[in-house]
Design a protein around this ligand. Structure first.
Ligand SMILES: Cc1cc2nc3c(=O)[nH]c(=O)nc-3n(C[C@H](O)[C@H](O)[C@H](O)COP(=O)(O)O)c2cc1C
Length: 179
């Protein structure tokens, strides 16, 4: 049986990172992470995910403030944990596998970030605010149209602590075999 132990180790040891340094992430690194996302599979090979790589600190701040103002649990908190980059995914509203396609891209990107020594974390709030006119107004200058929905976003940065603090035990996710 073919087995790539390094890749399987990466899957087991990947962790979501909540604290980042202020050090910017090289453009090439962000591009490589997004390329990994672009190579994720998509339903019927539709390839309808758009990847917005946001490093404009003013825009990042505006997104965080919008989330803080609209989602009470995030009042006074930065939903992206100060990460210097956010990769925001959109998909076509007409695409029946929009969320599934984005999730595949997200996991590819999280693993790619890890493999490159960078931290990342799924940030769900922009997805929750996909229909919010203020969020849409922030993203419209980048190309968001009425045909698009925000599906996911990923904070990316240099971890302030350990990148691999050890796997989080999986006590859920039951497995059922029928043999
Ligand atoms: C669909 C999804 C949404 C998530 N949303 C958030 C979020 O909004 N904020 C956050 O801090 N972490 C978020 N996470 C990260 C999870 O909290 C994290 O993956 C989980 O605690 C397991 O930890 P691990 O990734 O280190 O194994 C999300 C993860 C997934 C898969």
């Amino acid at each position: 049986m073919y087995r790539d132990p390094k890749f399987l180790d990466l899957i087991h040891n990947r962790r979501s990172i909540r604290e980042y340094t202020a050090e910017p992430v090289y453009r090439e690194a962000l591009a490589a992470i997004v390329e990994a996302g672009r190579y994720a599979p998509s339903g019927m090979n539709r390839q309808m995910t758009t990847f917005y790589i946001i490093t404009d600190q003013k825009l990042l701040q505006a997104i965080s403030e919008l989330v803080s103002g609209k989602l009470p649990p995030f009042a006074g908190r930065d939903c992206r944990y100060g990460a210097p980059a956010l990769i925001l995914l959109t998909n076509k509203k007409e695409n029946p596998s929009a969320l599934q396609d984005s999730a595949c891209a997200m996991e590819n990107m999280m693993l790619a970030a890890c493999a490159m020594g960078l931290g990342s974390r799924w940030i769900n709030q922009p997805y929750k605010l996909s229909d919010d006119p203020d969020l849409r107004a922030l993203l419209a200058p980048l190309g968001l149209t009425d045909a698009d929905r925000v599906t996911a976003s990923l904070s990316v940065g240099h971890p302030a602590g350990e990148l691999f603090p050890g796997p989080k035990p999986r006590t859920g996710n039951p497995v059922v075999w029928a043999e």
